[in-house]
Structure formats: structure tokens, C-alpha cells
Design a protein around this ligand. Structure first.
Ligand code: ADP
Ligand code: MG
Length: 352
């Protein structure tokens, strides 16, 4: 075991250019992963961290993996990988209406080099500082590059935004511009010819930012407590993730999306591109004006894209959430002229 004093950050003078043989696992943790914490009773350096939850709050816990070759290219900028490893977890807190608080990081690293880890660590802590998250522990092992982050957040008891709360008549909303990350990825993979009309320089830049530095919608998630009936973040694609809300809430929906791109790759990306980390949420119509005003306050587009048209049974606060299967025709999508659209795909699934 190592003690907290052993994990005090070293002075910059002892920084190695590359990690030498006598640079130990604990030197590595100390160098790259120990930072001052804001709200943690006992952090990195013991067998476990000690946290003091805020009275009257529930803890929200979520885990996400980032695997080289699956979630990021081997030559991707390590700062971006560090940012995204935490950001996708922070996004889950946003989708629950929770305040992100603490995270652990399990890192599997091939023979690490100083510049790579230094940039990864800067990216990770840039995100941690932006969203006030303390890194409180983890594990470090040699192997194919993989990161697993577990995040903990807090929400006043009973106020979490769940997937199973959508009700008949609720409006369906989405934040930001879904599809950008998929367009950025297509550009990087040399599939840009599929994007018609082609992206201009400014649009391309926004798409690459969406892909590499997703901005978790924490402020939106917090503001939606008491307004939204259900919420989810878009990691696998708008249709797929909205499908999870419908399955959990036993609902059907009709979408008519303002400014949906014309048929083609841009439309497919909007409907089924993953990795955007925007929020989809449902809310009773009585809150529509408040939500529209929220868009101005947060300086974030919030678009009403449809409504819940049916519900097969009273949805209950199921104890285990829902991984139920969505019936074929539960989601009808109309174009601007009211014609039914049949999307070419609905979203991403690691096992399909
Ligand atoms: P243990 O022997 O209890 O598994 P370790 O020796 O693996 O502990 O880790 C020592 C301390 O460093 C622990 O407090 C652990 O939580 C922390 N730690 C290990 N790897 C990381 C990491 N990648 N990021 C943050 N903290 C880490
Ligand atoms: Mg360990």
C-alpha cells in the first residue's frame, strides 16, 4: 500500500522525458493522476476513498469504457481522449439531472510515454475542472490501451430524470445539433464525399469539436429537474436513444423535426449518428415556454421534435429501469410535408 504522503505531486524538476525503467506504477499515478480535490474526505492513496454524500440526496453511479480502435483511433490526440473519457461519464450525470461529483479511472496502458500521458492527463483534468469532478481513485495496468471511468453524482432524493417517466401528450425535445459527431467521424474516415452538400470550414470545425470534445449538458440536466418527465443522453443515436425512453415508458411517439436535413448522409447522421452527448427529453406541454426560455438562458438550442402519442400502460417507477424491446411501429417519423420517413438505420449497437 502507498500512503497519501508518498502520492504528493513531485516537483516539475524531476519530470522524466520518457518513462524510464525505474519510473514505477506509483510514480506514474502520482505524476499524472493525483490532483487536489474539492469535496472529498479521503482521496487517492488509501485502499478506498471516503466520500461524504450531501444529506437528502441520492447517489447516481455510472460507468463507461473507452477502448482504442473501438472508441478512438490509435493516433488520436491524447488530450481529446482524456477529455472524452470523463466527458461521456459526465454526460450520464447530465441525463439523470445529477450534479457530477467524483470519478475513478481504471487505465490500461501500453508502454506509456511521458508526452502521451501528460496530454491525456491534461485533457482528463480539463474536463474534471470544468465540471467540478474530483478524481478519487482507480487502477493502473499494462495492456492494450483502454480506459474505464466510473462517475458518481448527486441528485435531491426523488428528483432524478429517468427514462421511464414520459407520459402521453408530452412533447419531445433535443438539445444542440445531433449528428455532428458522426459527420466529423465520416470526414476523418475519408467518407466525406457522402456528405452533401459538403461541410464548409466552419461547419467541419464544429463537427470535429463535437466528436473530440463533447460538452456534457450538465446545466441543462439540472435545469430540467421538475420540468422534464424523462431524459437520456445521445450516445448511440437519436432514434435508438429515444427508443430507450419509449421502451422504458411504454410509449409511442411521432417525430416531425424542424430543419431535418434532406434525405442523405446528413439526415442519417442526425437521426442515427452516435457520440453527440446531447440530451433528449420529454416534458408536459405546460412547460414548453419555460423550456424555450431555457434555451436563451443556457445559450443552447432546444428543439421540440415531436410528441408522445400513446402509452400502453401506466408507467411506474420501475426499480430496475427498463431494457424492454420497442415494438416495430412505436416511433413514426414524418418529413416537413407530413410524409413518413423510413430511416436507413436507427443507431449504434456494439453487438450488431
Ligand atoms: P490497491 O493496491 O489498493 O489496488 P493501487 O496500488 O492499485 O491500490 O493504487 C494505489 C492508489 O492509487 C489507490 O488509492 C488507487 O485508487 C489509486 N490509483 C491507481 N490507479 C489510478 C488511476 N489510474 N487514477 C487514479 N487513481 C489511481
Ligand atoms: Mg489496484
Amino acid at each position: 500500500m502507498i500512503t497519501r504522503t508518498m502520492l504528493a505531486p513531485p516537483t516539475p524538476a524531476v519530470l522524466p522525458e520518457t518513462l524510464s525503467a525505474n519510473f514505477s506504477e506509483f510514480d506514474l499515478i502520482r505524476q499524472f493522476f493525483v490532483r487536489p480535490t474539492q469535496h472529498t474526505t479521503l482521496s487517492i492513496g488509501d485502499d478506498g476513498a471516503l466520500l461524504t454524500p450531501t444529506p437528502g440526496h441520492e447517489l447516481v453511479v455510472s460507468t463507461d469504457l473507452l477502448v482504442e480502435g473501438t472508441h478512438f483511433f490509435p493516433d488520436a490526440d491524447p488530450f481529446d481522449i482524456g477529455w472524452k473519457a470523463l466527458a461521456v461519464n459526465v454526460s450520464d450525470m447530465a441525463a439523470m439531472g445529477a450534479t457530477p461529483r467524483w470519478a475513478t479511472l481504471a487505465a490500461v496502458l501500453p508502454a506509456p510515454t511521458f508526452p502521451w500521458l501528460e496530454a491525456f492527463s491534461r485533457g482528463f483534468f480539463a474536463c474534471a475542472e470544468s465540471f467540478n469532478v474530483d478524481l478519487i481513485g482507480g487502477d493502473t495496468t499494462r495492456g492494450p490501451r483502454t480506459f474505464c471511468v466510473t462517475i458518481l453524482g448527486e441528485v435531491p432524493a426523488g428528483q432524478a430524470l429517468r427514462r421511464d417517466g414520459a407520459k402521453l401528450g408530452d412533447m419531445i425535445w433535443v438539445s444542440g445539433t445531433p449528428g455532428r459527431a458522426a459527420l466529423g467521424l465520416a470526414h476523418l474516415q475519408g467518407r466525406a464525399a457522402a456528405i452533401q452538400p459538403p461541410l464548409d470550414t466552419g461547419q467541419l470545425e464544429q463537427c470535429l469539436i463535437a466528436l473530440h470534445r463533447p460538452q456534457p449538458r450538465v446545466a441543462l440536466g439540472l435545469a430540467l429537474r421538475g420540468l422534464a418527465s424523462a431524459a437520456i443522453d445521445i450516445s448511440d443515436g437519436l432514434l435508438a436513444d429515444l427508443g430507450h425512453i419509449l421502451a422504458a415508458s411504454a410509449g409511442t411517439a411521432q417525430l416531425q423535426i424542424p430543419h431535418l436535413p434532406p434525405e442523405g448522409f446528413a439526415r442519417d447522421s442526425y437521426l442515427a449518428g452516435g457520440d453527440d452527448y446531447e440530451l433528449i427529453f420529454t416534458a408536459p406541454t405546460e412547460h414548453s415556454e419555460t423550456i424555450a426560455a431555457l434555451a436563451t438562458t443556457l445559450d443552447l438550442p432546444l428543439t421540440c421534435i415531436g410528441k408522445i402519442t400513446g402509452q400502453s400502460m401506466a408507467n411506474g417507477n420501475t426499480k430496475n429501469g427498463s431494457l424492454g424491446k420497442l415494438p416495430e411501429n412505436a416511433l413514426v417519423i414524418l418529413d416537413a410535408s407530413g410524409q413518413i420517413i423510413t430511416p436507413t438505420r436507427r443507431g449504434f449497437d456494439h453487438f450488431k
